[in-house]
Design a protein around this ligand. Structure first.
Ligand code: CTP
Ligand code: MG
Length: 246
């Protein structure tokens, strides 16, 4: 098949899944009979096939587990979208940074779109991926992140300690978004952000926070309320209910 466009995706999959409280890697747990990781990677394969895109995916896995993952991926339908498997770091920023470093081998152009998508967000839909890609390729925007308006009222407290959770303020709910992945960057901006963050030791739980930190505009693109992250045991139940409703 000839592909008209090329893009890159970094899949961070090197977390310890501590909030799942399971001996099993949460990415190998099944949701509706299919593992979390298989669902995530299959969704991107379907996106690439539907849009006639050559997708180069970098899977970032726990240290010491590269060979295991190579074997796991090798006989899967989606194996064609994984071009490299590399080790992650202790933090998410470190893991994504390792993925960004691998991209250099593929000689991307400055404006090539690079997605970052949590391996743990296995209900990702093609429309959310498409909306991010359109912003990066069709608008003068270097960074975007999918997000949904928060449904709850959020309180800002004075300190992070739960014993002294005294409310500081109640931000206007209309201005609050819960961000998700996918996130998408133009390659050069992503690479520059991670080089600077590595030099400075700057860490964030969200990749676009790095772009904000270094002064790039970040656009929020409509995500999906069903694009949940598999984090705690009840997320498996919720994900199965959402799948049954598709
Ligand atoms: N991740 C990663 N490297 C890390 C930490 C997280 O690649 N050092 C990845 C996870 O594998 C996951 C995604 O980032 O796909 C989102 O992280 P999260 O849901 O927090 O997963 P874990 O860090 O594995 O879970 P926990 O925080 O409960 O330990
Ligand atoms: Mg985590």
């Amino acid at each position: 098949m000839s592909c008209s466009r090329k893009l890159y995706v970094i899949f961070p999959a090197a977390g310890s899944g501590s909030r799942m409280h399971s001996d099993k890697n949460k990415l190998l747990m099944e949701v509706g009979g299919v593992s979390v990781i298989d669902r995530t990677l299959s969704a991107f394969k379907k996106f690439a096939d539907t849009k006639d895109i050559e997708l180069n995916g970098v899977l970032v896995v726990s240290p010491g587990k590269v060979a295991w993952w190579e074997s796991y991926i090798s006989d899967k339908d989606y194996s064609s979208i994984i071009c490299a498997i590399t080790e992650g770091g202790d933090t998410r920023t470190g893991s994504v940074g390792n993925g960004v470093a691998v991209l250099e081998d593929y000689d991307p152009s400055d404006d090539d779109p690079v997605f970052i998508h949590d391996a743990a967000r296995c209900l990702i839909d093609i429309d959310s991926i498409t909306r991010c890609l359109e912003v990066i390729t069709e608008e003068d925007t270097p960074v975007c992140v999918s997000g949904v308006k928060t449904k709850n009222t959020i309180k800002m407290v004075r300190t992070g300690s739960s014993e002294s959770a005294i409310v500081e303020s109640t931000p206007d709910r209309d201005l609050l978004y819960e961000v998700q992945t996918p996130q998408c960057f133009k390659y050069r901006v992503l690479s520059d952000c991670y080089s600077e963050a590595s030099a400075e030791g700057y860490e964030a739980t969200d990749d676009t926070a790095l772009a904000e930190h270094y002064g790039y505009p970040v656009k929020i693109v409509e995500g999906s309320y069903s694009n949940i992250k598999i984090t705690t045991p009840e997320d498996i139940v919720i994900a199965e209910a959402l799948l049954n409703n598709r």
